[in-house]
Design a protein around this ligand. Structure first.
Ligand code: SF4
Length: 239
């Protein structure tokens, strides 16, 4: 939503045209996200002379792996530790996206730049300054005082279709409604997410994509969690 709002602001001339525009593809975007990017974002930006480039993360890093040889998991997945459900630290965003983008920018000959990032006012805590002098972060939506709601309103008013969620289909930072939606409406994405979890569990059987610590394919998305632990032992979680 936020990145699309930036694109719409550029198309409308409310933000200046950037010298370069990119989106990283770490291989886990949803089919709907690509349909939107290729069907809406790229053509609309191209119409005003901005060429949105898709950077394949695998071309710029060999660390686009869910689990490394030592069993370290890249994504914020879940594990039981000392009777508690804990979430791993996120390494994927830096490894699969941020560092990839910086390498790509260098490859384009960029010596110094402002890197615009689609974070809205309501998410301002996620905004931070870059440690790199040559590549400073800038947050146009925060500067414009735009919340996510305001982005949605702007997109609607500018006649852009509502963009789908663009986080990875395997991202464990997803609520139940979103998992359920994927399972019901995007079966190919769902199958990939289930397969990715199985791949992780070949190396780390103790790691799960869902916070109930139940394999994704067995999570029952109905009701509320009451007895997480016993449900886990049964292999079923009521969510
Ligand atoms: S969306 Fe989730 S899995 Fe994908 S890079 Fe971001 S934190 Fe990692």
């Amino acid at each position: 939503v936020q990145s699309t709002a930036i694109a719409a602001l550029i198309v409308d001339g409310k933000l200046p045209k950037p010298a370069l525009a990119y989106m990283t593809d770490c291989g886990w975007e949803s089919e709907a996200a690509w349909e939107y990017v290729y069907g809406e974002t790229i053509p609309r930006l191209r119409a005003v002379g901005v060429d949105l480039q898709i950077i394949k993360s695998f071309d710029y890093t060999d660390t686009c792996r869910l689990v490394d040889d030592s069993g370290n998991v890249a994504i914020p997945a879940y594990q039981a530790r000392d009777g508690q459900v804990v979430k791993f630290r996120t390494h994927c965003n830096a490894g699969w996206k941020v560092n990839v983008a910086r390498r790509w920018l260098r490859e384009q000959g960029v010596k110094r730049c402002e890197n615009w990032i689609g974070i809205s006012r309501d998410e301002a805590r996620r905004a931070h300054s870059s440690p790199l002098l040559w590549c400073q972060n800038r947050y146009p939506l925060i500067e414009l005082g735009m919340s996510r709601e305001a982005c949605l309103f702007y997109l609607g008013a500018a006649h852009w279709p509502m963009p789908p969620r663009t986080s990875c289909i395997i991202c464990p930072q997803r609520d139940n409604e979103s998992w359920l939606m994927m399972r019901e409406k995007q079966p190919r994405d769902w199958a990939r997410a289930v397969a990715a979890e199985e791949l992780i569990q070949q190396v780390r059987p103790d790691v799960f994509l869902h916070s109930s610590l139940v394999p994704l394919s067995k999570v029952v998305f109905s009701g509320t969690i009451k007895h997480k632990r016993s449900q886990r032992e049964e292999g079923v979680a009521k969510i």
